[in-house]
Design a protein around this ligand. Structure first.
Ligand code: GAP
Length: 455
C-alpha cells in the first residue's frame, strides 16, 4: 500500500466539488472560511452515515434512546457546564503578518507571509498567549444587551444532561442507559480547517451513557472498543485507525479519561471521534446550578446516586471526510486509471444505478420501470442513459455506487439484466424478479477488498 501524499486532499476537495458532495459556502461572494455546503451526493452520504450511526447506537440496542434538544438553551447552562469560563484555546498573534494561531499548535501552523514559515520563525514577533472563547454569542430580542446574551451550543451533549430526568422518567429506564442525539454545533474556530475536518458549524453524533459510579471505567473500555469497531465494520481500513489515550495535560475540564479514535489523514493523524469518561461532572454541576437533583433512586437498594457518564462523541462531517478519504482509490487498469470510491454499500450515496444499454428499442422504458421498483423497495437509485456504457460505469465508480444494472436486448426477451460490481468490475446476469433480493443480499455480504494504489 502506497503512503498517502498531501495531494490526496486536493483530489478529494476537487472531486467533492465536481461531483456535488461539498461546496465552499458563499462561493459566489468569494467564499466563507471554514464553512461548507453539502451538495446532492454529500447530503445523501451524510444522511446515510447518520442512519448507520443511529441504527447501531439507538435502534439496534435496547438500552439507548434518542433526543433532539434545542440549539439555544439558557445561558446559565454554559456558565454551569464550564464552557463560558473554560472552553477556550490559547491564541497568539503575529505582530507582522497579523495572523492568529493556536499557541499549542504552532508546529502545525504556517504564517500568512510568503514563503510561509512557522509562526515565530519569521521576523514577526508573537504576542503572549491569550484565551479565546470558542462559543458564538447572539442575543434574544431586537436589542443587543448583556442581559439577553445566548450562545450557539458548542456541543450537543449539554442538551442531553438537561433532559436526563425527563428522558429517564418518560422512557421508564434506569442506569445503565444512554441518550443519543445528532445535531448541529458551533465553534468559533479561527485556525485553518483542512476542508470539512474543522468548521465553524458542524454536526455531532453524541451519546451520553449513564452508569452506576462503580461501573464507569468498565463502560469506558466498552464504548472505546464499540466505536472503533463501528468504523471498521463500515469498511474503514483498521491500519489507518488507532485509539489514542489523552495525557492528563490534554484532558478537557470535564473528563477523567478520554481516548480518541484517530485516523491517518493526508495531513497526519487526527481526531475522528472522542470517547470520554465524564464521571458525574455534568449532572452534579447542573444539580448545583439549577437546584434540581439530577439523581437516580434505586428502589431495590434504596440508594440514591448521581450516575457517571461515558460519552462517545463523533463529528458527522469528519466521518464523511474519513469515509471518503479511506474509500478513494486510483486503480491502474490496462489502458487507463479509474477513480473509485469503495464505500460500504450501507453508506454509499447511491446504492444502484440503472442504465439502458442504448436509448432505443424500449430499453429506456424498461430501465425506468426497474429503477422505480428498486426505489419503491427503499434502495437509493440513479437512472442514466447518457453516453457510452463504459463512461457511465466510470462516473458511478467515482461517486462510489456499488452496483450498476444494465437493461439490454436480452432483458426485453428473457427478463435478465447485467449487474456490474464496482469493486471487482465483474458482471453477472440476474433475473429481474430476483434483482432486489440479489442487491439486498449483496449489501449484507459486502467485504472490503484489498486495494492497490491510493492517489
Ligand atoms: N461533547 C464532547 C465534545 O464535543 P469534542 O472532542 O470537542 O467533544 C467531538 O468533539 C467531535 O466533534 C470531534 O471528535 C470531532 O469529530 C467533532 N468536531 C469537533 N469540533 C469540530 C469542528 N470544528 N469541525 C468539525 N468537527 C468537529
Amino acid at each position: 500500500m502506497a503512503k498517502p501524499s498531501p495531494s490526496l486532499m486536493d483530489k478529494i476537495v476537487s472531486l467533492c466539488k465536481r461531483r456535488g458532495f461539498v461546496f465552499q459556502a458563499s462561493e459566489i461572494y468569494g467564499g466563507m472560511g471554514n464553512t461548507y455546503d453539502y451538495g446532492p451526493l454529500g447530503v445523501e452520504l451524510k444522511r446515510r452515515i447518520k442512519e448507520a450511526w443511529w441504527n447501531r447506537t439507538v435502534t439496534g440496542r435496547s438500552d439507548v434512546v434518542g433526543l433532539d434538544s434545542a440549539i439555544l438553551q439558557s445561558p446559565r447552562v454554559w456558565e454551569v457546564s464550564g464552557h463560558v469560563g473554560g472552553f477556550s484555546d490559547p491564541m497568539v498573534d503575529c505582530k507582522q503578518c497579523k495572523g492568529r494561531f493556536r499557541a499549542d499548535k504552532l508546529e502545525d501552523a504556517r504564517c500568512l507571509e510568503k514563503p510561509s514559515k512557522r509562526p515565530g520563525e519569521c521576523s514577526g514577533e508573537l504576542t503572549e498567549p491569550r484565551e479565546f472563547n470558542l462559543m458564538f454569542q447572539t442575543h434574544v430580542g431586537p436589542v443587543a444587551e448583556t442581559g439577553n446574551v445566548v450562545y450557539l451550543r458548542p456541543e450537543t451533549a449539554q442538551g442531553i444532561f438537561l433532559n436526563f430526568l425527563n428522558v429517564m422518567n418518560a422512557a421508564r429506564t434506569k442506569p445503565p442507559f444512554g441518550i443519543a442525539q445528532i445535531g448541529k454545533s458551533f465553534r468559533n474556530e479561527i485556525t485553518p480547517g483542512n476542508f470539512v475536518f474543522r468548521m465553524l458549524e458542524f454536526e455531532q453524533a453524541e451519546m451520553e451513557f449513564f452508569v452506576p459510579p462503580d461501573d464507569g471505567m468498565k463502560w469506558y473500555e466498552y464504548w472505546k472498543q464499540a466505536r472503533f469497531d463501528w468504523y471498521v465494520d463500515l469498511g474503514v481500513r483498521p491500519e489507518k485507525l488507532r485509539m489514542r489515550e489523552h495525557s492528563a495535560k490534554e484532558l478537557a475540564h470535564y473528563a477523567e479519561a478520554t481516548s480518541d479514535v484517530e485516523y491517518e489523514y493526508p495531513f497526519g493523524w487526527g481526531e475522528l471521534e472522542g470517547v470520554a469518561y465524564r464521571t458525574d461532572f455534568d449532572l452534579r454541576r447542573h444539580s448545583e446550578g439549577s437546584g434540581t437533583d439530577l439523581l437516580y433512586f434505586d428502589p431495590q437498594t434504596k440508594e440514591r446516586y448521581t450516575p457517571h457518564v461515558v460519552e462517545p462523541a463523533g463529528g458527522v462531517d469528519r466521518m464523511a471526510l474519513t469515509f471518503m478519504i479511506d474509500a478513494y482509490e486510483e486503480e491502474e487498469l490496462e489502458k487507463d486509471t479509474r477513480v473509485v470510491l469503495h464505500f460500504h454499500p450501507e453508506i454509499a450515496p447511491t446504492t444502484v444505478a440503472v442504465f439502458p444499454l442504448v436509448k432505443k428499442d424500449g430499453m429506456p422504458e424498461r430501465a425506468r420501470e426497474l429503477e422505480a421498483e428498486l426505489r419503491l423497495a427503499r434502495l437509493t437509485t440513479f437512472y442514466d442513459e447518457k453516453g457510452a456504457i463504459g463512461r457511465r460505469y466510470r462516473r458511478q465508480d467515482e461517486v462510489g455506487t456499488p452496483w450498476c444494472v444494465t437493461v439490454d436486448g436480452d432483458t426485453l426477451k428473457e427478463d435478465v439484466v447485467t449487474v456490474r460490481d464496482r469493486d471487482s468490475m465483474q458482471q453477472v446476469r440476474v433475473p429481474t424478479q430476483e434483482l432486489r433480493a440479489w442487491i439486498e443480499n449483496s449489501i449484507r455480504g459486502w467485504k472490503r477488498q484489498p486495494r492497490s494504489v491510493v492517489g
